[in-house]
Design a protein around this ligand. Structure first.
Ligand code: ZN
Length: 167
């Protein structure tokens, strides 16, 4: 990656962490997920409202944390708003590969989220970047109610459930 590009990425991440988009609470949320990344001290409260076809009609978050966790949550909500479940699950998979898999090419569908690719070099930062995605994963899994998740919990089993394409 060129230095100019890396600097541009830094700027976008800082901008999103300082002025997170879709920041707030949905009064009529169908599901609320509270996420915690104790390794860094990041916290997220995600609320999601589903549309008539099960799409993610509204998605908002509050919380606090490092620049990576906030920027990832901000970019994620922009990306997932209005998307179908299948699309959201696809994004989740693609983003997880982007930040963990050395060989994964960043898919174009991820748009600005591709800027998070650099975190794969820093295992502790991967948890920061994944926190919001773990939360939305849980939101999709249960569709209603309230839940608490932590990056310190092994998510291998529930993730596979979500990742089965549902029709
Ligand atoms: Zn963090």
């Amino acid at each position: 990656m060129s230095l100019e590009l890396e600097e541009l990425y830094q700027e976008v991440i800082l901008d999103h962490s300082r002025r997170p988009r879709n920041f707030g609470d949905l009064a009529d949320a169908a599901v609320r997920v509270h996420g915690d990344n104790p390794a860094c001290g990041d916290e997220i409260h995600l609320s999601v409202k589903f549309g008539p076809d099960g799409e993610l009609q509204e998605i908002k978050f509050t919380g606090h944390g490092c620049a990576i966790s906030l920027a990832s949550a901000s970019l994620m909500t922009m990306k997932l708003k209005g998307k179908s479940r299948a699309e959201a699950e696809g994004m989740l998979r693609a983003f997880h590969d982007l930040v963990t898999d050395e060989t994964a090419e960043a898919p174009r569908t991820l748009g600005d989220l591709r800027m998070m690719q650099g975190v794969r070099k820093f295992p502790q930062r991967v948890k920061c970047a994944m926190l919001a995605w773990r939360a939305v994963e849980q939101a999709l899994l249960q569709s209603a109610g309230e839940a608490t998740i932590s990056t310190e919990t092994d998510f291998a089993a529930p993730r596979r459930l979500v990742w089965v394409e549902s029709h």
